[in-house]
Design a binder for this molecule. Structure first.
Ligand code: IPM
Ligand code: MN
Length: 368
């Protein structure tokens, strides 16, 4: 298979972990006879420094032409005092909108043997395996431009959704539930927000189309509590943009580190942008200690969702699991024993595993 991939390293550790994705893809291409070509573009703070905008036209143009996009992370203290239109995050929001990537899938699954790395009790996190389906191109993030009024002493942010926008993400939630354990939890704040009332109406209307899915509604405050008191009760959560943002960071504590969580942001036709859930971690940037697992698992999601390469995605996921099982991990994981390695070494261990897996398959099929 021949695919063209745009790499957007962004800022901070994004620049480090994107190299891990590339190394893994080189190994997959070599072992499974694919041809992946790459093109790198600027986004976020790096783009502000070079071009005076967080999202240059060239970046958008290249992403539109690509078969898939991999993104590291954006942001950092250097740009914190910039006006809103010149903040790195604007680049990320802009590319999500420009490509119409409305469906953000964030799978959260505790890794075997790493349960004790979570600050939660092992018996609480054991067996948790959920998917957050987050609406990504609407809501408070994209309301009519936020305003300062009354000489800066009052502010307005707008939460707007159309029925269509809600319907398409709710459909994604139902479909994901059908492919998993058939349970959908819709999270809203329907006791207060008008947008949530419409959200709930849409979910209720859609139920009939998916009779094999069991649906329940949960208010976001209750959902936040349940997520860490009884996470195993969830299969698929579907929710609006800001709630999904908050709940997915919260859910990361189930896995012991935000450094483990991948995400896929998809358009209706399958074009996707894949990025770790974590941010640019400016405090550890440039030190070579960032956890590359979230980026590498995002790469696996790209192979699965955008290219339909399920075996290749699986081998990457197995590689991560087996290297963690062997006791190797980066310093962000509070693991009792094992060996702490840096970004490059962790990546190499995963790459070597991928190569060894394929070699053993070849020995089996070539000689027996
Ligand atoms: C995320 C991030 C972004 C978001 C920021 C960096 C704008 O937190 O992808 O979860 O809020 O969507
Ligand atoms: Mn977030």
């Amino acid at each position: 298979m021949k695919k063209h991939i745009v790499l957007l390293p962004g800022d901070g550790i994004g620049k480090e972990v994107i190299n891990s994705a590339k190394d893994v893809l080189h190994a997959i291409a070599e072992e499974y006879n694919h041809s992946f070509s790459f093109e790198t573009h600027e986004i976020g703070g790096a783009a502000i420094d070079l071009y005076g905008t967080p999202l240059p036209e060239a970046t958008v143009g290249a992403c539109k032409q690509a078969d898939a996009v991999l993104l590291g992370a954006v942001g950092g203290p250097k740009w914190d005092r910039n006006p809103s239109h010149l903040r790195p995050e604007r680049g990320l929001l802009g590319i999500r909108k420009a490509l119409d990537l409305f469906a953000n899938l964030r799978p959260i699954k505790g890794f075997k043997n790493l349960l004790h790395a979570s600050p939660l009790k092992e018996e609480v996190v054991a067996g948790s395996d959920l998917l957050i389906v987050r609406e990504l191109t609407g809501g408070l993030y994209f309301g009519t431009p936020s305003e300062r009024r009354d000489n800066g002493n009052a502010v307005v942010d707008t939460l707007a959704y159309t029925r269509k926008e809600i319907e398409r993400i709710v459909d994604k939630g139902f479909q994901a539930a059908q492919q998993r354990r058939g349970q959908l939890t819709s999270v809203d704040k329907a006791n207060v927000l008008e947008s949530s009332k419409l959200w709930r109406e849409v979910v209720e209307e859609k139920k009939a189309q998916y009779p094999d899915v069991k649906v329940d509604h949960l208010l976001v405050d209750a959902a936040a509590m349940k997520l860490i008191t009884s996470p195993t009760q969830f299969d698929v959560i579907v929710t609006e943009n800001l709630f999904g943002d908050i709940l997915s960071d919260e859910a990361s504590v189930l896995t012991g580190s935000l450094g483990m969580l991948p995400s896929a942001s998809l358009r209706e036709d399958g074009l996707g942008l894949y990025e770790p859930v974590h941010g640019s971690a400016p405090d550890i940037a440039g030190k070579g200690i960032a956890n590359p697992v979230a980026m590498i698992l995002s790469t696996a999601l790209m192979l699965r969702y955008s290219f339909n390469l399920d075996d290749e995605a699986k081998v990457i996921e197995d590689a991560v699991q087996s290297i963690l099982d062997a006791g190797f991990h980066t310093g962000d994981l509070q693991v009792q024993d094992g060996r702490i390695v840096g970004t490059v070494e962790m990546t190499k261990l995963i790459v070597d595993y991928i190569k060894s897996q394929n070699a053993s398959k070849c020995i089996a099929s070539c000689y027996f």
